[in-house]
Design a protein around this ligand. Sequence first.
Ligand code: GUN
Length: 287
Amino acid sequence: MKIIDGKQLAQNLRGEIAAGVESLKSEKGVTPGLAVILVGDNPASVSYVTAKEKACREAGMLSREIRLPAETTEAELVALVKELNEDPAIHGILVQLPVPKHISDKAVIDAIAPEKDVDGFTPVNVGRMMIGERCFLPCTPHGIIKLIEFSGMDLKGKHAVVIGRSNIVGKPVAALLSRKETNATVTLCHTGTPDIAKFTREADVVVVAAGRPNTLTGDMLKPGAVVIDVGVNRIPDATKPKGFRLVGDADFESCSKVAGAITPVPGGVGPMTITMLLWNTLESARR
Ligand code: GUN
């Protein structure tokens, strides 16, 4: 059984990205700039955006960090995004989701110019991805494809089961896995699937993005399967300094006894999501 080291792969790719940033600076005088907007102080979101900003600076990019109070109105947020759309120093705009309930995430996403949408969340980029046009691929799904390749599995002709149908992970990862260049056969399971284990037992790869611990257990796997765990769940734990520990959506203990390879939480998908964000920001600055 192999642990798929997302930190290692992320580090390799971030070295390439940093080199790309240096060449762009010296050859064209352009420094890639990413605006990271966080509304409110959801602790998980604070930790995600802090990690994104740090990675951005470490790659030699400009990180514009914008923290707004939870009371910010939708109109104010949309106006800010539109201002950033026009700002030549900014090549990527990221609004950390979820936004507070009184703000429509659709209104905010729709305000982002598709050419600065480095999360790949706008309908234009989602549509381009679906029809195979050049676009920004969404970061977590793109990172997942890279992780599976890094595990040594050739996806052609393999059966991939995705658990979860979110717009951020489940739906796009199913689309990317079934693209001609990847050529996996995909089953998309969700809360309406009566017997998920029936499908996962046939799977060569399982991507679990359900947002619930223990969604996938070892008895649901075919021996040797590759498991990609997208879950990040905080479990209260008084023995930890922060009072919680992180677990994925897969039960690592039982899955690791049956799987051929598995991503850990933390240190699997998370570092790759951030890496693909840097990748898209560099790509945007090059265009
Ligand atoms: N919330 C959870 N994942 C993401 C992500 O990849 N991008 C943004 N903007 N918000 C998120």
